[in-house]
Design a protein around this ligand. Sequence first.
Ligand code: UDP
Length: 478
Amino acid sequence: MQTNSSSAPASPHVLIFPLPLQGTVNSMLKLAEILCISDINVTFVVTDHIHSRLLRNSNVVSRFSKYPGFVLQSISDGLPKEHPRGGSRYIEMFESMKLNSKPLLKELLTSGWLDRGRGPVTCIIADGVMSFVCDVANDIGVNIFCTRTLSACSLSIFFSLPKLIEAGELPFTGGDLDTPIKSVPAMEKFLRRRDLPSFCRSDTLSGPSIQLFKNENQENARAQGLILNTFEDIEGPVLENIRAFCPNLYTIGPLHAHLKMKLAAKSCYTASSNSLRKEDRSCMSWLDSQACKSVIYVSFGSIATMTKDQLMEFWCGLVNSECKFLWVIRPDLIAGDGEIPEEVLEGTKERGYIVGWAPQEEVLGHQSVGGFLTHSGWNSTLESVVEGVPMICWPYFMDQQVNSRFVSEVWKLGLDMKDTCDRVIVERMVKDLMVKRKDEFLKSADRMANLAMKSLSEGGSSYSNLERLIQDIKTISV
Ligand code: UDP
């Protein structure tokens, strides 16, 4: 289904195909807008499932209506409408897309349907974990760039999976999770079993996730280049390992801040939402009434779930810390019946505020927010870095285990509470972050935020890499 049409003159035409998840769709929409600002036509392809959620909850259509070269297009992922796609069901979705979305994408690209007024697609940007898009690009002779919206530190581990297996460091089961891991370059000094992606905690190598990431990752080398939402000053040493596999890297992040700067330069910045869920903005006025840097923002992203017992441990720890808190409790955060206990709703009124979904970028930029209790998703981590907000990390799965290690051990931006969920620890960590060690953490967070902004400023690494990417897209489109 096509939801926008255009009669813009022919110029470079990029088809962007993100992984159908909140975090990836969000950051790829930022990249799409950056390309639109740079006079590049963009067809943004999402699955029907994501498409209907975007139309229902975000302002994407009105936001992009000012770019005549932008088209939002949807194709089927092959699953029935009501089929669950979240959490651990993502493997089923990948498998179905490989079978069903691949021919649809090829048809879309060869039918001429997308060309009208904008010329044919001259280049594809697709998530590197969907190698079937590389097959389509190769089949029809269109250039492709891969993108990964995870951290480079997690990607470096994915690239090192064969080495980890060869060295006998994988698989492991049980045993001591503090055992050091030595086979990932630039991480020998601090990486432990518990910091590897959660799917590595298995006694077999045949698990679907480990196979997916071991195999799909190697496919990234087939693309013209790899685009990463990170910046050199934060992940420099790790990026060297990735360059060994994909020499043409474009580190252009943090993307959300990059877009903000581009729009500000044109004096047309307005806060926007690419959310697949309805935002509850009432928390912004609650934040307005709180003291500077007094509130800890609590959110576990769009996928993580927890048991009711874990929720109670977090809640008691937060209340006992005596800090004010703003907590995102999604309707599907609590596994099982999903109801927020009455005691939590009532007992929060004095010390905190609960919403189902928040305008997170704005929340993190609010002057009342002084800390972030997060699941360490990469987008959340970057959003916190840019705003100079220190973090307490409770990683759920995938890249989050290694992100939280980097936050605490490498960047010194906060504390890592992975593999524990206890009210006493939550209380202690919140007090440490928000009171006892507040100055120390704010100082390093401020330093990292400055490095992020420097990378986005004229002459900075992300600024220059984006210019290079745009130029390369224009060159191959001639
Ligand atoms: N997010 C939001 N409101 C919320 C919680 C999250 O807008 O209440 C956004 C957040 O700003 C981030 C994305 O959802 O851009 C979550 O992505 P992340 O990579 O951190 O985690 P994931 O959801 O993929 O686990």
